[in-house]
Design a protein around this ligand. Structure first.
Ligand SMILES: [Zn+2]
Length: 312
């Protein structure tokens, strides 16, 4: 059986040892004096989303040249391969690595080059979903425009960042443009905001929902409301990331996470990692957690399906 990861952020998945080495190579001060880089990045007990997100400023600081980005992409794909994955969909906000020496297309080329090396070495297929950061309107517009130039180098488009107060419809024109290009769309929704945000994502062309867990709020006494019903009937994939949801304080613990109910209700659930470094997780760990919650045949939550995949 082919196994597939749909939702994993490249800047959230550096190996701690690589982060340390890259920091030394560019003399990046905030990390130089840190003895235990792994626990520095582990935000599993963070009190706020801000504290969780602060970790990304450091990984992005290490992703400012071609060879570092290529290495990070290769290692992400290699780690996925070592976890038994055959198809890896990775995402990144390319403009966060743009500088005097790097254009957005250079960033994409560096990532794809790392992926290609991993494919040639291990056979794992990896593809890039471009992210626009929703709290930065200009960034989303720039990334949507970049989709035209980069159409053949990417597998999809997404918006990430703080969901509350930044609904997908703020970027209606951008989504329209991307859709017309034939680029696949997934949208982070139903994580920091509720059912309305999921409805808005679907209205703006989302073929999959990043997280989407809060669709559970559209279930009353086991009966799906209008949106939940639509998502079940159309089997729209939910890119579920259990550990990440606990770490951003959405749910108190694994037992209170709704994944078991979502599966029982017939949603099309996939298991994902989101940010392996900050959440100190891997797809193998997520499978163990799912198993511990009583889910049977957990591997089915990674099952490759041509209709849900963004690969051709
Ligand atoms: Zn995410």
């Amino acid at each position: 059986m082919y196994k597939h990861v749909l939702h994993d952020h490249l800047d959230g998945g550096l190996r701690p040892s690589t982060a340390k080495e890259l920091a030394e190579s560019i003399n990046y001060k905030p990390l130089l004096d840190i003895d235990n880089v792994e626990s520095f990045f582990d935000r599993s007990s963070s009190d706020s989303l801000e504290e969780y997100l602060e970790a990304f400023t450091h990984t992005i600081a290490l992703m400012q040249n071609y060879s570092s980005i290529e290495r990070i992409a290769f290692e992400a794909a290699e780690d996925m391969h070592l976890n038994g994955i055959n198809f890896y969909e990775s995402r990144y906000a390319p403009f966060y690595s743009v500088n005097n020496e790097m254009t957005p297309l250079d960033v994409i080329d560096a990532i794809n080059s790392g992926f290609k090396i991993a494919e040639n070495t291990y056979g794992i297929r990896s593809g890039l979903i471009l992210c626009g950061m929703r709290h930065d309107t200009k960034d989303v517009i720039n990334v949507a425009n970049l989709c035209l130039e980069a159409k053949d180098k990417i597998i999809g488009f997404d918006i990430a960042g703080p969901e509350l107060n930044f609904p997908p419809s703020l970027f209606r024109e951008s989504f329209k443009k991307v859709k017309e290009l034939g680029v696949n769309i997934t949208i982070h929704a139903g994580e920091g905001d509720g059912v309305n945000s999921i409805i808005d994502a679907l209205d703006n062309g989302a073929m999959r929902i990043g997280h989407g867990v809060r669709i559970i709020e559209d279930i009353n006494s086991n009966k799906p409301g209008e949106t939940a019903k639509k998502i079940i009937e159309q089997q729209i994939p939910l890119e579920i990331c259990i550990t990440s949801n606990i770490h951003t304080n959405m749910y108190e613990n694994f037992d209170s996470h709704p994944i078991v109910d979502l599966i029982a209700l017939g949603f099309n659930v996939y298991l994902n990692t989101d940010n392996r470094l900050m959440s100190n997780t891997s797809i193998s760990k997520e499978l163990e957690i799912a198993k511990s919650l009583g889910i049977e045949n957990v591997e089915n939550l990674l099952k490759y399906s041509a209709s849900d995949s963004f690969f051709d």
